[in-house]
Design a protein around this ligand. Structure first.
Ligand SMILES: C[S@@+](CC[C@H](N)C(=O)[O-])C[C@H]1O[C@@H](n2cnc3c(N)ncnc32)[C@H](O)[C@@H]1O
Length: 197
C-alpha cells in the first residue's frame, strides 16, 4: 500500500545533487545548483520528491520521457531501484551517469515488451496532446498490464473553475481503468495522476 501524505515533502534528494550538470534549458544557462533547486522543489510544485517516494516501493521503474533526466534521477534515488529511461532525443540530458539508470534512445513504442516488465511506469512524453498517452494506455490494456502508472501534466493549461478543455485534461477525465486518482497536491503543479489498468 503506497502512503501519500505530508511526509513526501521530507524526502531527501540531496544525494542527487552531485548528478545535476546544469546547462542551457528553460531559456537560460543553469548551474548544477539551479537544476538541483528545481529537482528539490516542494511536492505540489514539482513531482520529483513524489517520484522518489513512490519508486522506493518498487524494484523496477520505466521512465517514459527522459528530457533533462530529472525524473529518472528522482526515481533512481534508492540504488536498489533499477530505472530505465526512454527518449527519442537524449541531446537535452543534463545528468551524470548513475549505476541504476539505463538509457534507451528510441520511441517507447519500439520497447513495449521491456517497458511492461517494470512494476512502475512514469508517463511523461511530449507534446502532451493526449494522443501518445491514449495510444500507450490502449497497449497497456491489450497487454493487461498489472503495474502502476503515473501520468504527468494531466491538468496542463487548466483554467480553474472551467470545464476541462486541454487534450490532456480530456484524456485524463475520459480515462477508464480499474483505479485512478488525482495526486496533484503531492506531484506537479500541472497535474499528476496515478492509475492502474
Ligand atoms: C516533458 S519531457 C520529460 C521530462 C522528464 N520526465 C522529467 O520530468 O524530468 C518529455 C520528453 O518526451 C520525449 N518523447 C516524446 N515522445 C516520445 C516517444 N514516443 N518516445 C520516447 N520519448 C518521447 C521528448 O523528446 C521529451 O524529451
Amino acid at each position: 500500500m503506497i502512503t501519500l501524505d505530508e511526509n513526501i515533502a521530507k524526502v531527501d534528494l540531496s544525494s542527487l545533487k552531485e548528478y545535476c550538470l546544469g546547462g542551457y534549458h528553460w531559456g537560460k544557462n543553469n548551474t548544477p545548483e539551479d537544476d538541483f533547486e528545481n529537482l528539490n522543489r516542494a511536492p505540489g510544485r514539482c513531482p520529483y520528491k513524489l517520484y522518489a517516494h513512490i519508486s522506493s516501493y518498487y524494484k523496477t521503474v520505466a521512465d517514459l520521457g527522459t528530457f533533462l533526466g530529472h525524473s529518472a534521477l528522482a526515481c533512481a534515488l534508492n540504488p536498489d531501484v533499477q530505472v530505465t529511461t526512454y527518449d527519442i532525443d537524449h541531446s537535452h540530458r543534463a545528468i551524470k551517469d548513475k549505476d541504476n539508470i539505463k538509457y534507451v534512445e528510441d520511441t517507447i513504442f519500439n520497447h513495449i515488451d521491456d517497458i511492461l516488465e517494470n512494476e512502475l511506469i512514469i508517463l511523461d512524453v511530449d507534446p502532451h496532446d493526449g494522443i501518445q498517452e491514449a495510444r500507450f494506455v490502449e497497449i497497456l490494456k491489450q497487454e493487461k498490464y498489472k503495474g502502476v502508472i503515473i501520468a504527468d501534466d494531466i491538468h496542463l493549461s487548466r483554467v480553474p473553475g472551467k470545464p476541462a478543455s486541454h487534450p490532456m485534461e480530456l484524456w485524463w477525465e475520459n480515462l477508464t481503468c480499474s483505479y485512478k486518482k488525482d495526486i496533484t497536491p503531492y506531484g506537479h503543479c500541472q497535474g499528476t495522476g496515478i492509475f492502474k489498468i
